[in-house]
Design a protein around this ligand. Structure first.
Ligand SMILES: [Fe+2]
Ligand SMILES: [Fe+2]
Length: 205
């Protein structure tokens, strides 16, 4: 796993490069700080998803700053889940844990109330896994769905790449990025094109 200072330095550089307003940067930092205090691995994951998002945004038709912020804040609702739930691997989830975990997009939506686009994207960052999508949500605009698809593609990549392999998913070191991409497509066929673009432009470039 990456050392924290390196991740922090990369985030600082990207914030400068993004030309986001200080207000937006402070807003993202406030959410990251809360996660950092509550569950460090989720904080690191959120920073990495934001950094991947920025890079993807620069190479494709996204606003890089918005994809950066969406990645940084997508899991902010996990600050409301117990550490016991957060420390479990998906393969070890019992029914109660699963119900708890599935609340986090709604918590993110609630915590991000002030930034409507981020709130709406975070609510939808798990809606494309064909056997495991959640929560049930109302239709949204093309823009929100486009960013939700991008965050979900990146999210799966980072979570899978950094996760200890378990009964449910192969994880860090046990599969190649190409196999990881194919697994993502198998689990989320509706967003195959977005997944392929992300791997082509960010992971394989
Ligand atoms: Fe999530
Ligand atoms: Fe995530």
């Amino acid at each position: 796993m990456e050392e924290e200072p390196l991740l922090e330095e990369r985030l600082n550089d990207v914030f400068i490069d993004s030309k986001l307003s200080q207000q937006k940067i402070d807003y993202a930092r406030k959410h990251l700080d809360r996660l950092k205090d509550h569950h460090f691995p989720t904080y690191e994951h959120s920073v990495r998803v934001g950094l991947y998002g920025y890079k993807y945004g620069l190479k494709d038709s996204y606003e890089p700053g918005l994809l950066l912020l969406a990645g940084l804040t997508h899991d902010t609702g996990k600050s409301k889940l117990s550490k016991e739930v957060l420390n479990r691997a998906p393969g070890e989830f019992d029914e109660k844990c699963k119900i708890e975990m599935r609340k986090h997009p709604r918590y993110s939506h609630m915590l991000l109330e002030r930034e409507k686009e981020l709130a709406e994207i975070s609510l939808r960052h798990h809606i494309y896994q064909h056997e495991n999508s959640y929560p049930e949500v109302q239709p949204s605009t093309d823009k929100i769905l486009k960013y939700a698809m991008a965050v979900e593609s990146i999210d799966f990549h980072d979570a899978n790449k950094t996760r200890v392999p378990n009964g449910k998913y192969p994880g860090n070191g046990s599969i190649t990025d190409e196999e990881r991409m194919n697994l993502a497509i198998k689990l989320m066929p509706k967003i195959e094109e977005v997944i392929k673009e992300f791997y082509k432009l960010v992971i394989f470039s």
